[in-house]
Design a protein around this ligand. Structure first.
Ligand SMILES: [Zn+2]
Length: 308
């Protein structure tokens, strides 16, 4: 079914397997979920031991205050009982803890108690989804539309990114959203893996390109941030002709003039005024070669300047 569904996460296809192990519990395509939760019996025994231990410690230490006893119960017993419950479900855990087929008033009360104790994770999920505009009624659970959740989450993520880029001093974020992406980011493009991450396999070429794209590079515009130098004073040490941004290194700095001639195909057809957005539309492999050469040339000049 997973193979038919062709599920994906962040644009990457999820591998379909017939069984997998999570938190010590093996889930198999040929076993019902209750079968997978069979180890819950061991959990029940461990929880019982933990409860006796908790009671014994309370008695030995003379702990009688109910709030303290409840806190100890939460720490020592609930933690054991709820182990892995996010996958095998609190109903199964409650059934296991209260006696599988028992329908006595005591077991019902215990089920209610456990349902109450383990509610918070469901509430946290509902609250997180509600923040993204997806309402989840825990009292009347309805099937969740995967496409609606995906769309709402992408829109939420895009808004977070856009809000972050408008904050004062968010120059690196603006470099990416406005410079590299040209203000064209949309919810769909957020879930799409940048082509260079797949095309450029060698880390030595991929990393410098990633640095230029993200703005987290080796130039003064970035390194000056570490030394708390005001942005307008992070000048290029090679030419002094401007703040050492990706734009300056790629298009303007005379230090890299010969490099631009070598990579003339990246520059000759760029419309004026040159923009990073248009520049980064070039084939990723070629851009990666340029970025690696740019960094190498900077390193050589930097090392030469550091010599006594
Ligand atoms: Zn320069």
């Amino acid at each position: 079914m997973a193979q038919l569904g062709a599920l994906s996460l962040a644009g990457q296809p999820l591998e379909a397997v017939s069984s997998f192990k999570y938190l010590g519990i093996t889930f198999s395509a040929s076993t019902c979920i209750a079968g997978a939760a069979a180890p819950a019996r061991a959990v029940r025994a461990a929880a019982r031991a933990a409860m006796h231990s908790c009671n014994a410690r309370c008695a030995a230490l003379g702990v009688k205050a109910a709030p303290l006893q409840l806190r100890l119960f939460s720490t020592m017993v609930d933690a054991v009982l709820s182990y892995g419950s996010e996958v095998w479900g609190m109903q199964l855990a409650a059934a296991s803890a209260a006696g599988k087929t028992s329908s006595t008033a005591g077991s019902k009360a215990e089920r209610l108690h456990l349902a109450h104790v383990w509610q918070p994770w469901a509430q946290q999920l509902a609250a997180a989804l509600a923040a993204m505009g997806v309402q989840l009624d825990l009292h009347l659970p309805q099937p969740v539309c995967k496409a609606a959740v995906q769309s709402a989450c992408s829109a939420w993520q895009l808004k977070q990114l856009q809000d972050a880029a408008t904050r004062k001093g968010a120059s690196r974020m603006q470099h990416y959203t406005q410079g590299v992406c040209g203000g064209t980011l949309d919810a769909d493009s957020l879930g799409t893996r940048a082509a260079y991450l797949t095309v450029v396999r060698e880390r030595s070429r991929r990393a410098p390109l990633a640095q230029l794209r993200t703005g987290s590079h080796w130039g003064a515009d970035e390194t000056g941030r570490w030394d708390k130098i005001p942005p307008e004073q992070r000048l290029c040490s090679h030419c002094g002709g401007g703040v050492k941004t990706v734009q300056h290194m790629s298009f303007d700095c005379p230090l890299y003039a010969s490099l631009r001639t070598r990579f003339t195909d990246l520059f000759c057809l760029l419309p004026e005024p040159r923009t990073l957005h248009a520049f980064f539309q070039h084939p990723p492999a070629r851009l990666a070669n340029f970025a690696a050469s740019l960094k190498l040339q900077w390193q050589v000049a930097h090392d030469a300047a550091a010599l006594p």
